[in-house]
Write a protein that binds this ligand. Sequence first.
Ligand SMILES: Nc1ncnc2c1ncn2[C@@H]1O[C@H](COP(=O)(O)OP(=O)(O)OP(=O)(O)O)[C@@H](O)[C@H]1O
Length: 251
Amino acid sequence: MIDFLDTAFSYASDKPVLPGYRDSWETGLIHSLIGPSGCGKSTLLYLMAGLIQPLSGEIHIHGKSPQPGRRETGVILQNHGLFPWKTAWQNLALGLEIRGVKKSVIHEKVRQVVKDLALEGKEHSFPKDMSGGERQRLAIGRSMVSDPDLLLLDEPFSALDAMTRERLQDNLWQLQHKGPSHSCGLTVVLVTHSIEEAVFLSDRIHIMDDQGGIRSLSNKTSGPGSRMDASYFEACVLLRKQFELHSRGKI
Ligand SMILES: Nc1ncnc2c1ncn2[C@@H]1O[C@H](COP(=O)(O)OP(=O)(O)OP(=O)(O)O)[C@@H](O)[C@H]1O
Protein backbone atom coordinates (compact mmCIF):
# COMPACT_ATOMS: atom_id res chain seq x y z
CA MET A 1 0.00 0.00 0.00
CA ILE A 2 0.96 3.62 -0.46
CA ASP A 3 -0.52 5.27 2.60
CA PHE A 4 -1.11 8.99 2.81
CA LEU A 5 -1.55 9.84 6.47
CA ASP A 6 -2.91 13.39 6.58
CA THR A 7 -0.08 14.38 4.27
CA ALA A 8 0.25 18.15 3.98
CA PHE A 9 2.61 20.26 1.94
CA SER A 10 3.04 23.87 0.86
CA TYR A 11 5.86 25.81 -0.75
CA ALA A 12 4.62 29.09 0.75
CA SER A 13 2.80 29.33 4.07
CA ASP A 14 -0.20 31.23 2.65
CA LYS A 15 -1.17 28.63 0.01
CA PRO A 16 -1.10 24.93 0.82
CA VAL A 17 -0.64 22.70 -2.22
CA LEU A 18 -1.82 19.67 -0.26
CA PRO A 19 -3.85 20.64 2.81
CA GLY A 20 -3.94 17.17 4.36
CA TYR A 21 -4.56 14.05 2.30
CA ARG A 22 -5.64 10.73 3.77
CA ASP A 23 -6.04 7.65 1.59
CA SER A 24 -4.40 4.31 0.79
CA TRP A 25 -3.45 3.43 -2.76
CA GLU A 26 -3.27 -0.25 -3.63
CA THR A 27 0.10 -1.36 -4.96
CA GLY A 28 0.66 -3.50 -8.06
CA LEU A 29 -1.63 -1.23 -10.10
CA ILE A 30 -1.32 1.71 -12.49
CA HIS A 31 -2.51 4.95 -10.89
CA SER A 32 -3.03 8.16 -12.85
CA LEU A 33 -3.05 11.59 -11.28
CA ILE A 34 -4.95 14.14 -13.31
CA GLY A 35 -5.94 17.74 -12.61
CA PRO A 36 -5.62 21.34 -13.78
CA SER A 37 -2.21 22.92 -14.30
CA GLY A 38 -0.60 23.99 -11.04
CA CYS A 39 -2.91 21.99 -8.75
CA GLY A 40 -0.02 20.00 -7.27
CA LYS A 41 0.30 16.74 -9.25
CA SER A 42 4.09 16.91 -9.60
CA THR A 43 4.37 17.92 -5.96
CA LEU A 44 2.53 14.76 -4.88
CA LEU A 45 4.87 12.72 -7.09
CA TYR A 46 7.96 14.38 -5.51
CA LEU A 47 6.54 13.55 -2.07
CA MET A 48 6.16 9.89 -3.08
CA ALA A 49 9.71 9.93 -4.44
CA GLY A 50 10.99 11.36 -1.14
CA LEU A 51 12.45 14.33 -3.02
CA ILE A 52 10.53 16.65 -0.71
CA GLN A 53 9.14 15.94 2.74
CA PRO A 54 5.59 16.57 4.00
CA LEU A 55 5.24 19.59 6.27
CA SER A 56 2.95 17.49 8.43
CA GLY A 57 1.54 14.00 8.24
CA GLU A 58 3.37 11.16 6.53
CA ILE A 59 3.55 8.97 3.44
CA HIS A 60 4.30 5.28 3.79
CA ILE A 61 5.35 3.10 0.89
CA HIS A 62 5.08 -0.52 1.99
CA GLY A 63 5.05 0.79 5.54
CA LYS A 64 8.09 3.05 5.31
CA SER A 65 8.62 6.76 4.62
CA PRO A 66 10.13 7.21 1.16
CA GLN A 67 13.78 8.24 1.05
CA PRO A 68 15.33 9.98 -2.00
CA GLY A 69 17.75 7.10 -2.66
CA ARG A 70 15.16 4.30 -2.30
CA ARG A 71 16.45 1.69 -4.75
CA GLU A 72 13.07 0.24 -5.57
CA THR A 73 11.66 3.58 -6.73
CA GLY A 74 12.17 4.65 -10.33
CA VAL A 75 11.49 8.32 -11.02
CA ILE A 76 11.23 9.89 -14.45
CA LEU A 77 10.74 13.63 -14.35
CA GLN A 78 9.82 15.83 -17.27
CA ASN A 79 13.39 16.19 -18.63
CA HIS A 80 14.30 12.45 -18.94
CA GLY A 81 17.60 12.81 -17.01
CA LEU A 82 19.66 10.90 -19.59
CA PHE A 83 23.43 11.34 -19.90
CA PRO A 84 24.07 12.75 -23.40
CA TRP A 85 27.69 11.54 -23.57
CA LYS A 86 26.73 7.92 -22.93
CA THR A 87 25.16 5.49 -25.38
CA ALA A 88 21.75 3.98 -24.77
CA TRP A 89 23.36 0.79 -23.43
CA GLN A 90 25.71 2.77 -21.15
CA ASN A 91 22.80 4.88 -19.88
CA LEU A 92 20.91 1.70 -19.02
CA ALA A 93 23.89 0.05 -17.33
CA LEU A 94 25.09 3.03 -15.30
CA GLY A 95 22.89 2.70 -12.21
CA LEU A 96 23.80 -0.98 -11.82
CA GLU A 97 27.52 -0.29 -12.36
CA ILE A 98 27.46 2.36 -9.63
CA ARG A 99 26.01 -0.24 -7.29
CA GLY A 100 28.77 -2.71 -8.16
CA VAL A 101 26.45 -5.28 -9.73
CA LYS A 102 28.30 -8.12 -11.54
CA LYS A 103 28.99 -7.48 -15.25
CA SER A 104 27.17 -10.61 -16.38
CA VAL A 105 24.06 -9.63 -14.39
CA ILE A 106 24.16 -6.09 -15.80
CA HIS A 107 24.42 -7.52 -19.31
CA GLU A 108 21.41 -9.77 -18.81
CA LYS A 109 19.23 -7.07 -17.21
CA VAL A 110 20.08 -4.44 -19.83
CA ARG A 111 19.50 -6.93 -22.66
CA GLN A 112 16.07 -7.77 -21.24
CA VAL A 113 15.04 -4.11 -20.90
CA VAL A 114 16.27 -3.35 -24.43
CA LYS A 115 14.01 -6.18 -25.62
CA ASP A 116 11.01 -5.20 -23.44
CA LEU A 117 11.12 -1.61 -24.63
CA ALA A 118 11.82 -2.39 -28.28
CA LEU A 119 15.18 -0.60 -28.31
CA GLU A 120 17.01 -3.30 -30.28
CA GLY A 121 19.39 -1.70 -32.77
CA LYS A 122 19.64 1.48 -30.70
CA GLU A 123 22.03 0.14 -28.05
CA HIS A 124 25.01 2.11 -29.38
CA SER A 125 23.15 5.32 -30.21
CA PHE A 126 23.58 8.47 -28.15
CA PRO A 127 20.40 10.15 -26.86
CA LYS A 128 20.81 13.04 -29.33
CA ASP A 129 20.62 10.57 -32.22
CA MET A 130 17.39 9.01 -30.97
CA SER A 131 13.79 10.07 -31.55
CA GLY A 132 11.70 11.55 -28.73
CA GLY A 133 9.87 8.25 -28.26
CA GLU A 134 13.12 6.25 -28.15
CA ARG A 135 14.59 8.63 -25.60
CA GLN A 136 11.50 8.32 -23.47
CA ARG A 137 11.65 4.50 -23.69
CA LEU A 138 15.32 4.72 -22.73
CA ALA A 139 14.44 6.83 -19.68
CA ILE A 140 11.82 4.26 -18.64
CA GLY A 141 14.32 1.47 -19.32
CA ARG A 142 16.89 3.11 -17.10
CA SER A 143 14.47 2.91 -14.20
CA MET A 144 13.38 -0.63 -15.08
CA VAL A 145 16.86 -2.23 -14.97
CA SER A 146 16.84 -1.74 -11.21
CA ASP A 147 13.66 -3.85 -10.84
CA PRO A 148 11.62 -1.08 -9.21
CA ASP A 149 8.45 -1.82 -7.28
CA LEU A 150 7.35 1.79 -7.77
CA LEU A 151 7.69 3.77 -10.99
CA LEU A 152 6.84 7.48 -10.79
CA LEU A 153 6.34 9.20 -14.13
CA ASP A 154 5.70 12.92 -14.60
CA GLU A 155 3.89 13.48 -17.91
CA PRO A 156 6.14 10.96 -19.65
CA PHE A 157 4.53 11.08 -23.08
CA SER A 158 3.26 14.64 -23.35
CA ALA A 159 5.89 15.86 -25.84
CA LEU A 160 5.36 13.01 -28.31
CA ASP A 161 3.23 12.74 -31.43
CA ALA A 162 -0.05 10.83 -31.09
CA MET A 163 1.08 7.55 -32.68
CA THR A 164 4.34 7.38 -30.71
CA ARG A 165 2.45 8.23 -27.55
CA GLU A 166 0.03 5.35 -28.10
CA ARG A 167 2.88 2.92 -28.78
CA LEU A 168 4.62 3.96 -25.57
CA GLN A 169 1.39 3.68 -23.61
CA ASP A 170 1.13 0.09 -24.95
CA ASN A 171 4.77 -0.56 -23.91
CA LEU A 172 4.17 0.77 -20.41
CA TRP A 173 0.95 -1.20 -19.95
CA GLN A 174 2.67 -4.42 -21.09
CA LEU A 175 5.66 -3.78 -18.87
CA GLN A 176 3.46 -3.33 -15.81
CA HIS A 177 1.43 -6.45 -16.65
CA LYS A 178 4.45 -8.59 -17.56
CA GLY A 179 4.60 -10.46 -14.31
CA PRO A 180 6.12 -8.97 -11.23
CA SER A 181 9.71 -9.29 -10.12
CA HIS A 182 8.47 -8.21 -6.67
CA SER A 183 5.82 -10.02 -4.66
CA CYS A 184 3.80 -6.81 -4.47
CA GLY A 185 4.04 -6.22 -8.24
CA LEU A 186 5.03 -3.03 -10.00
CA THR A 187 3.10 0.08 -9.01
CA VAL A 188 3.08 2.87 -11.58
CA VAL A 189 2.01 6.41 -10.70
CA LEU A 190 1.61 8.59 -13.75
CA VAL A 191 0.95 12.32 -13.83
CA THR A 192 -0.94 13.17 -16.99
CA HIS A 193 -3.04 15.91 -18.55
CA SER A 194 -4.74 13.45 -20.86
CA ILE A 195 -8.10 11.94 -19.95
CA GLU A 196 -7.65 9.32 -22.71
CA GLU A 197 -4.23 8.33 -21.38
CA ALA A 198 -5.57 7.99 -17.84
CA VAL A 199 -8.45 5.79 -19.02
CA PHE A 200 -6.26 3.67 -21.30
CA LEU A 201 -3.54 2.97 -18.74
CA SER A 202 -4.96 3.10 -15.27
CA ASP A 203 -6.64 0.89 -12.74
CA ARG A 204 -7.24 3.89 -10.48
CA ILE A 205 -7.63 7.52 -11.52
CA HIS A 206 -7.10 10.28 -8.96
CA ILE A 207 -8.59 13.66 -9.84
CA MET A 208 -6.93 16.56 -8.07
CA ASP A 209 -8.47 20.03 -7.78
CA ASP A 210 -7.00 23.49 -7.21
CA GLN A 211 -7.49 23.19 -3.46
CA GLY A 212 -5.51 19.96 -3.25
CA GLY A 213 -8.64 17.82 -2.89
CA ILE A 214 -8.33 14.38 -4.50
CA ARG A 215 -11.19 12.15 -5.64
CA SER A 216 -10.36 8.61 -6.74
CA LEU A 217 -12.15 6.39 -9.23
CA SER A 218 -11.69 2.80 -10.35
CA ASN A 219 -11.25 2.17 -14.04
CA LYS A 220 -11.77 -1.19 -15.74
CA THR A 221 -11.24 -0.38 -19.40
CA SER A 222 -7.44 -0.20 -19.53
CA GLY A 223 -5.04 -1.95 -21.86
CA PRO A 224 -4.13 -2.62 -25.48
CA GLY A 225 -7.13 -3.28 -27.66
CA SER A 226 -9.41 -1.16 -25.49
CA ARG A 227 -9.02 2.03 -27.55
CA MET A 228 -11.71 0.94 -30.02
CA ASP A 229 -14.13 -0.32 -27.40
CA ALA A 230 -17.38 1.50 -26.68
CA SER A 231 -16.62 1.09 -22.97
CA TYR A 232 -13.38 3.05 -23.46
CA PHE A 233 -15.25 6.01 -24.98
CA GLU A 234 -17.87 5.83 -22.24
CA ALA A 235 -15.17 5.82 -19.57
CA CYS A 236 -13.51 8.86 -21.20
CA VAL A 237 -16.80 10.77 -21.22
CA LEU A 238 -17.52 9.78 -17.63
CA LEU A 239 -14.06 10.89 -16.48
CA ARG A 240 -14.38 14.17 -18.39
CA LYS A 241 -17.67 14.87 -16.59
CA GLN A 242 -16.19 13.97 -13.21
CA PHE A 243 -13.16 16.09 -13.96
CA GLU A 244 -15.24 19.12 -14.87
CA LEU A 245 -17.51 18.76 -11.84
CA HIS A 246 -14.55 18.26 -9.54
CA SER A 247 -12.68 21.23 -11.04
CA ARG A 248 -15.71 23.41 -10.29
CA GLY A 249 -15.72 22.14 -6.72
CA LYS A 250 -19.07 20.37 -7.05
CA ILE A 251 -17.94 17.00 -5.80
N1 LIG B 1 9.75 25.08 -6.04
C1 LIG B 1 8.59 25.74 -5.91
N2 LIG B 1 8.52 26.85 -5.14
C2 LIG B 1 7.36 27.52 -4.96
N3 LIG B 1 6.19 27.14 -5.53
C3 LIG B 1 6.20 26.05 -6.31
C4 LIG B 1 7.40 25.31 -6.54
N4 LIG B 1 7.10 24.26 -7.35
C5 LIG B 1 5.78 24.37 -7.63
N5 LIG B 1 5.25 25.44 -7.00
C6 LIG B 1 3.84 25.84 -7.01
O1 LIG B 1 3.10 24.81 -6.39
C7 LIG B 1 1.88 24.57 -7.08
C8 LIG B 1 1.80 23.12 -7.54
O2 LIG B 1 2.81 22.89 -8.51
P1 LIG B 1 2.96 21.51 -9.28
O3 LIG B 1 4.13 21.63 -10.20
O4 LIG B 1 2.98 20.42 -8.29
O5 LIG B 1 1.59 21.47 -10.09
P2 LIG B 1 1.17 20.52 -11.30
O6 LIG B 1 -0.25 20.15 -11.06
O7 LIG B 1 2.14 19.41 -11.47
O8 LIG B 1 1.28 21.54 -12.51
P3 LIG B 1 1.45 21.24 -14.10
O9 LIG B 1 0.30 20.39 -14.50
O10 LIG B 1 1.37 22.61 -14.71
O11 LIG B 1 2.79 20.60 -14.30
C9 LIG B 1 1.82 25.58 -8.23
O12 LIG B 1 1.08 26.69 -7.80
C10 LIG B 1 3.28 25.96 -8.43
O13 LIG B 1 3.41 27.26 -8.92
